[in-house]
Design a protein around this ligand. Sequence first.
Ligand code: SF4
Length: 382
Amino acid sequence: MYNTEHKRYFSHELLDWYDRNKRDLPWRRHRDPYYIWVSEIMLQQTRVDTVIPYFQRFIERFPTIEALADAPEDEVLKCWEGLGYYSRARNLQQAARQVKEQYGGMMPSGKDEVAGLKGVGPYTAGAIRSIAFNIPAPAVDGNVMRVLSRYFLIEEDIMKVRTRTHMEELVMTLIPEGRASDFSQALMELGALVCTPKSPKCLTCPVMHHCAARFEGKEEQLPIKTKAKPPRPEYRLTAIVEGSGQHQGKILVRRRPATGLLAGMWELPHVTVSADGSANLASLPEEAAMERLTGALREEGIPATAASYFMDAEHVFSHIRWHMRVYRCQYQELPSAEAWVAETAAAYEAPEAQYQWIDAQDMERYAFPNVFIRILGAYFAS
Ligand code: SF4
């Protein structure tokens, strides 16, 4: 359905441009499928500049699939700390264990085998197979769909599965013989550097002479994408429980349950005021907020009292936005200081719940989501 000449031109010019302009990225210095895999997982929803230092640290710490498979999960999460979307790290490690057990530690290249790895979706499978093994396979993500929508003037909603399938079929007809690896990377590179979401740099684009969207003046209108729902607000009261007695100078953190959002990571104790957006923190008077937080801490078995406002913070997930109000809380030492831990662990959301007293140095040892790193950083600097 698309003009063969235009397709040939696209592939030829794109590869020619890529050969001359490709960025020197750490994962491009090797064809090791493990490196490609790690980089592709890290690059999901994350910018290249952010990923580079994480990738280098991760590969240094876990240089092989086997090393990753054998590592304690805590260490993997710690290495991922700050990168967000932590289920990616847990899935990556579980998949490494799959590769170790089922394929003797060698990354498979077959379509079903790669797609069967935990956390590997159609895009990542296509990227690994094409980039690492030079197998013609479509790696179609939002960047690639943007470029194809524009060049071929595809006015279909890219959020629809049918559109993605259509684009995957199209990509398969564009890959030049023997150059699957470069072609996948070239398409991604064009989307990242030239055919950008806003203000595409058409005048320097290697395929501008046959770009249909540019001829029609529609490059800014494409791709067509139905808007995702905005994240649902959740309002949370958060406690910095300051230790006394033997815990003087330390604060209390707890570990999240082993499954679900931010599984296995560490956090400050907090309580939800409203999970459906029906009430917000602005409507909650200060005194009532502190009373509520104190009550929640006591229910959790933590003998502490909210004492003063510290800061507000926000954390945005793909589907939820946490609005957090943080209070300093005073801990009252019990006769048996640790007794409540054992008593209340079972009452907390998960049986494996754990609590720890930490100081600034201890932050090196525990993996925290970004919002808690910000709060703890502000607290320890205060
Ligand atoms: S000419 Fe412009 S819209 Fe077309 S592919 Fe190039 S950068 Fe994108």
